[in-house]
Design a protein around this ligand. Structure first.
Ligand code: AR6
Length: 176
């Protein structure tokens, strides 16, 4: 893989992840996988009740892992549900958050999903500081894309201008 194109394969944008026409969007879920608030609530509302029905068959998901479903009424073909850590400032928080990104990217690669969008996992009600979380997200995604051809493209979809600003600075520092 030509490292020169890494810059084109990682992008930060501001907006609602449920509107993206990508191969898969990532959901910041909880261990039940049965829905919640924040981005999880928005994804379930937009996808429709069939998404919850499929999630019920999965039997939950441990923190740091990821599970794949269809996208139903979403423009995205699939949803990758991952469970971020509740931030408590412990060393395992960063390991678990990195694992969310790595497991999601691995699922995407294994299923040939070429375009993938992440929200800022754990940075809402789970309380992860955005600067620390952003560095983990960018490091894991950049490293994965350097090592693999699929996914071809990762979009970080940030809800606020402040979060977009953090990601833009971090991406510039990592990939130029
Ligand atoms: N598109 C993109 N980002 C969004 C959207 C959206 N439509 N809506 C919110 N965000 P959170 P967490 C941002 O709280 O911290 C749920 O109840 C939001 O501004 O959704 O991982 C689950 O069921 C924030 O930056 O997820 C779990 O119980 C980021 O998405 C718990 O919340 C993540 O915020 C998971 O907490």
């Amino acid at each position: 893989m030509n490292p020169a194109n890494l810059k084109d394969r990682l992008e930060a944008r501001q907006g609602d992840i449920t509107g993206l026409s990508v191969d898969a969007i990532v959901n910041a879920a909880n261990t039940s996988l049965l829905g919640g608030g924040g981005v999880d609530g928005a994804i379930h509302r937009a996808a429709g009740p069939e998404l919850l029905a499929e999630c019920r068959t999965l039997g939950g998901c441990p923190t740091g892992e990821a599970r794949l479903t269809r996208g139903y009424r979403l423009p995205a073909g699939r949803v990758i549900h991952t469970v971020g850590p509740v931030y408590r400032g412990r060393p395992e928080d960063s390991r678990l958050l990195a694992s969310c990104y790595a497991c999601s990217l691995t699922l995407a690669r294994d299923h040939g999903l070429r375009t993938l969008a992440f929200p800022a996992i754990s940075c809402g009600v789970y309380g992860y500081p955005i600067d620390e979380a952003c560095k983990i997200a960018v490091d894991v995604c950049a490293g994965f894309l350097e090592a693999h051809e699929v996914p071809e493209k990762v979009i970080f979809m940030l809800f606020s201008a402040a979060h977009l600003d953090v990601y833009t600075r971090c991406l510039t520092a990592r990939v130029g």
